[in-house]
Design a protein around this ligand. Structure first.
Ligand code: SER
Length: 601
């Protein structure tokens, strides 16, 4: 069964259970500053999990592109990836544990669907903690389907609690499904099942029973209606359905491996350490293609998503060097990635040129960085060799990193070649001090978000619609939204436009928005078909491919935009709109930062 078969079957199965198929969203979250990327299928659905009404009802199913970098150090093993696809089904206050578990069991084991041997399945449930009981309900439900007590593990919060995805948001206990790969655990008979974390057990699906919203004060507030959020990994599930032991043995990776072999001359399967470098390159190049080629794609930079992208590309280059590659080489593997996802994620296929150019450009830039760093190293070397302990201090390694962008791993390689060692603990210390400082800055932006429906965020969201329209009036129809990020303090909006806005244009946009606010316009929502919305001239951003019905927000007679909400009911009292900053974001894209100030009395 191919990944394509799996995606299709999943959607079909849940459609047969009354779920509406919705399109997966951009990798880069809209209006949600709590995370850099969608790390799970539930993220674009946060407003609905918190009670907003979804136009397609209470049962939804989709396939969502996700990027997770939390596990980056494990990438290269058989199952951890930075990019993956998540199959998800949702109950928005509709069914709960009983149906969720029944659906999971049927889809996994029924011959009509995946036909997995039930004897190979283990499940985990929440063990409970003071104030939250052990999840006997889920355990009993699994037993009712024939999973014996001996294959149920009761695990604590660190294993069986999901969310929130960012600092705030919906969360709850979960029940995870594991497949016994048949590998032998190093502990043999002493293996404790999925809690062991050995490679014998592969987690393939997670049913989250969302009962709480964690608010910005850290309180767990019971949701009015509990939801179900499930996530099944396409890559891992394909692996087991194909009888393979590693995601890299599936058609989602083999062509990329072949391309890395071609570029490096290394033959995959020759040596385990080098095979790991190949796998890391494959993973990182795939993720980079999806970040660059997203509808809201970003380019390498030193902040936010651009920084993650830069790190991924540079890690791929470093691993390539370990395979003996010294020239830019990622274009070939990237072409393999695009070919795999043709017809599934055409956004990356359509942006092939941009992806190839950016990858090569960043590779060249990094190779130059390495060259500079190596020169500095050469200059330092005679002094370093005089050190009686033959140790490169943490401070020196950090200086190479901080000033020249020279990775400590490469400093270590060069040191080894010269019979020196690097004081890694000293480097780590300097590095974490540096991280702490940047984290203190980042924390500020991670507060709030869509999960925090404060009045300010909602008002800023409405202000964003007003400004979007005003920008088109002042600059022209081409001024379209490219990204939006709202915190309770400010809105940030990226839009397509070549030149810097003149002070007059900025003032004009402000004036238009403030006039509309003062008019006290009612904000109304209508559900309609995407076709009707377009015909009526609503601004629409994304490829809502499957949705038959979407929400359209009108602000009086002024603006009409396809949007999930929420918005204020009337523009009156929103405050005074002020643009604080207008700057370049990337080629052809400008960025505005604006606030709503308290109205002068
Ligand atoms: N949110 C859960 C997860 O990411 C289930 O979708 O595992």
């Amino acid at each position: 069964m191919t990944a394509a078969d799996l995606r299709r079957k999943y959607l079909e199965f849940f459609q047969s259970k009354g779920h509406a198929v919705i399109s997966g969203k951009s990798l880069i979250p809209e209006n949600d500053p709590t995370v850099l990327f969608n790390t799970a299928g539930m993220q674009p659905l946060v407003p609905y999990l918190l009670g907003e009404k979804h136009p397609l009802g209470n049962r939804l199913v989709d396939v969502q592109k996700c990027v997770r970098t939390g596990d980056i150090d494990e990438v290269g093993d058989p199952s951890h990836l930075t990019f993956f696809e998540m199959l998800g089904n949702w109950s928005l206050g509709d069914y709960f544990k009983k149906d969720a578990i029944a659906y999971s069991y049927e889809f996994l084991t029924s011959k009509q669907w995946l036909g997995i041997d039930p004897k190979k399945l283990w499940v985990t449930v929440f063990a409970g903690e003071p104030g939250i009981p052990r999840d006997e309900d889920s355990a009993d439900l699994w037993k009712s389907h024939g999973i014996p007590e001996s294959r149920i593990s009761y695990l604590p919060r660190k294993d069986n609690w999901w969310g929130p995805a960012g600092a705030t948001g919906p969360c709850g206990p979960d029940s995870e499904m594991f497949y016994d790969t048949g590998r032998v655990c190093p502990k043999g008979e002493g293996c404790e099942g999925p809690a062991c974390n050995c490679r014998k057990w592969l987690e393939i699906w997670n049913d989250v029973f969302m009962q709480y919203n964690k608010d910005s004060d850290g309180n767990y507030v019971l949701l009015a209606k509990p939801n179900v959020d499930t996530g099944m990994g396409v890559e891992r599930t394909s692996t087991i359905l194909q009888g393979k032991l590693s995601v890299y043995e599936t058609e989602l990776f083999t062509p990329i491996i072949a391309a890395v072999e071609k570029a490096s001359g290394y033959r995959y399967g020759t040596d385990e350490a080098h095979d790991t470098y190949v796998r890391v390159v494959c993973d990182h190049v795939k993720t980079s293609c999806f970040i660059l080629g997203d509808d809201l794609g970003v380019k390498p930079s030193n902040v936010g998503q651009g920084y993650v992208l830069r790190k991924l590309i540079r890690r791929a280059v470093r691993n390539g060097r370990k395979l003996g590659v010294t020239e830019p080489f990622l274009k070939g593997p990237a072409a393999a990635v695009l070919a795999i996802y043709r017809g599934v994620y055409d956004e990356i296929v359509d942006r092939a040129n941009l992806i190839f150019e950016e990858l090569t450009h960043e590779e060249e830039r990094f190779l130059k960085t390495l060259e500079h760093g190596e020169k500095e190293w050469e200059k330092m070397l005679p002094g370093l060799m005089k050190n009686p302990q033959k140790v490169v201090s943490g401070r020196t390694a950090f200086k190479l990193y901080d000033t020249y962008g020279f990775p400590v791993e490469i400093t270590t390689d060069l040191a080894t070649e010269n019979g020196l060692t690097v004081d890694r603990a000293g480097f780590d210390e300097a590095f974490s001090k540096h991280q702490e400082l940047s984290k203190a800055g980042a924390d500020k932006t991670f507060k709030g978000g869509l999960a925090d429906h404060s009045e300010m965020t909602t008002a800023l969201h409405t202000a964003t619609h007003l400004m979007h329209k005003a920008l088109q009036m002042v600059l022209g129809d081409h001024a379209r939204q490219k990204g939006s990020n709202i915190t309770p303090e400010r809105l940030r909006f990226d839009f397509s436009h070549e030149a810097k806005m003149t002070p007059e244009q900025v003032a004009e946009v402000e004036q238009i928005v403030n006039t509309q606010i003062q008019r006290g316009l009612p904000v109304t929502m209508t559900m309609m078909s995407l076709q009707d919305a377009k015909a009526q001239g609503a601004m629409a951003l994304f490829g809502e491919k499957y949705e038959e019905t979407i929400k359209v927000y009108r602000i009086g007679d002024f603006s009409m935009e396809v949007c999930g909400g929420p918005h204020v009911e009337n523009t009156e009292g929103m405050g005074h709109f002020k643009i604080q900053k207008e700057e370049a974001s990337s080629a052809g894209v400008r960025r505005i930062r604006a606030v709503l100030e308290h109205q002068a009395p």
